[in-house]
Design a protein around this ligand. Structure first.
Ligand code: NAP
Length: 247
């Protein structure tokens, strides 16, 4: 899974799964621009890893839910890493609550950060990818988009939307040699899942046949595969990486 000389954008690269993807890409020889919402300090420490790999790793503050900021990121990447071969739509948030208690604002914010963001970046990335007649787009969905989850109607709806968006754009872009796939992580150990209490964590473990919580690196390896030429004939697919949770 060689990515030598490739150029990538990863949204939400300061922590968790996004950071693991940035570092896995860099380790395979890929220059990376990553975005973040507010963690400027964390962004600096991810950028500092570039020396280890001899590639560029550049962070940029950009709210993924805003189209103009996605366009700004694409321009930044074209100017600073010289092109765009790979886009990973990873940025995401949760605002969990039972539907009865879920505010309109929490519904809208999750849809904007998780689904509208994928529209924003895909739309902005399409032009340069179309011009070079190649590209790999990988969207981070979730296993709960397939199996549902009480208390996460906003999040699950956003991720199910990401899956539908992935399949439609895969069909639209196929003639331009641009593939679009989704990875559906199960329960992965990151800041996002830190919010769960011990009882919730125990309950989730009983649903995982491989009997362990996933790591960000478990996801990053599959994303690198989909971003590489090894996956040239795969498009419109949703790959669960979930220890068997959704089978
Ligand atoms: P995380 O640790 O909470 O990190 C989220 C990242 O997204 C951070 O870099 C954050 O930036 C960035 N971000 C959030 N909102 C943003 C916005 N509006 N604009 C730009 N950047 C934004 O999350 P994670 O657990 O690694 O999750 C990464 C992705 O995997 C998400 O799409 C999530 O839904 C999905 N996923 C996670 C799990 C899991 O178990 N962890 C399972 C299934 C799917 P700041 O640091 O600046 O806040």
């Amino acid at each position: 899974m060689n990515l030598k000389g490739k150029r990538a954008i990863v949204t939400g690269g300061t922590r968790g799964i996004g950071k693991a993807i940035v570092l896995d890409f860099a380790a395979r020889g890929c220059d990376v621009v990553f975005t973040y919402q507010s963690s400027a300090e964390a962004a600096k420490s991810v950028e500092a890893e570039s020396g280890k790999f001899g590639v560029k790793i550049l962070g940029i503050q950009a709210d993924a839910s805003k189209l103009a900021e996605a366009e700004k990121t694409i321009t930044f990447a074209l100017e600073n890493i010289g092109g765009l071969d790979i886009l990973v739509n990873n940025a995401g948030i949760t605002k969990d609550n039972l539907l009865l208690r879920m505010s309109e604002d929490d519904f809208d914010k999750v849809i904007s950060a998780n689904l509208k963001s994928v529209y924003n970046y895909t739309k902005a990335a399409f032009k340069p990818m179309m011009a070079q007649r190649s590209g790999k787009i990988i969207n981070i969905a979730s296993v709960v988009a397939i199996i549902g989850n009480p208390g996460q109607a906003n999040y699950v709806a956003s991720k199910a939307g990401v899956i539908g968006f992935t399949k439609s754009t895969a069909k639209e872009f196929a003639s331009r040699n641009i593939t679009v796939n989704a990875v559906a992580p199960g329960y992965i150990s990151t800041d996002m899942t830190e919010k769960l209490n011990d009882k919730q964590r125990e309950a989730i473990l009983t649903m995982i046949p491989l009997k362990r919580i996933g790591t960000p690196e478990d996801i990053a390896k599959v994303v690198s595969f989909l971003a590489s030429s090894e996956a040239d004939y795969i498009t419109g697919q949703v790959i669960p990486v979930d220890g068997g949770m959704a089978m």
